[in-house]
Design a protein around this ligand. Sequence first.
Ligand code: IMP
Length: 209
Amino acid sequence: MQSEKFLSAKPHDVPTILLATRNRHKTREIQTMLGDGVLVIDATQIDHLPEIEETGVTFEENSKLKAEGISRVMEGIVLADDSGIEVDALGREPGVYSARYSGPGCTDEQNTALVLEKMAGVPQEQRTARFRCVLAVAEGGKTLAVFDGTVEGILATEVKGDGGFGYDPIFMPLGYDHTFGELSSEIKHSMSHRSRALAQFKQWWALRG
Ligand code: IMP
């Protein structure tokens, strides 16, 4: 168990949650949403953590794989986020392949360009899409709980805005004609898939004491 390094990453006497990700955008969003009462650290801050292969075909399978895999070698609660965008006209692709939709090592820009290219000419009423986030919490290699959050929306026809990350600049949440890339992070966090899943995690965490 790598408990020493994990615990030494804790500068103050606040509960620490290890997020099983190397995606700093996810860490930043989850830290902002949980507030100062919790310190969120991630896999970029700990040496020699195993790489967990995302071999699942659902968000739930992959989030459990990540949370369980990391919690086998680290003490304490491990949280994992598996998330992505589902575009109905693409048969719910990219889905669990959102991060690697245009191939290994691809960028967010390449992924959004590929989705826009595949959706070229598709009329507004058929551009429905949603972001999904499944959070799994594990300890000692076992999943303790799983939480699911969704936000429905429409796929834009071009990249708009430079806020957020990933597919944010091409996703307009229902009720807005601006993308998450254009909307403030406060608006995104008030309705996002991640904040909805995290609200359930917070309740679970509070009840756990
Ligand atoms: P994962 O690391 O396998 O869960 O892949 C997540 C991928 O889904 C990210 O790399 C993004 O491409 C996309 N994604 C997840 N959440 C968001 C979000 O809040 N905004 C934009 N894209 C997201």
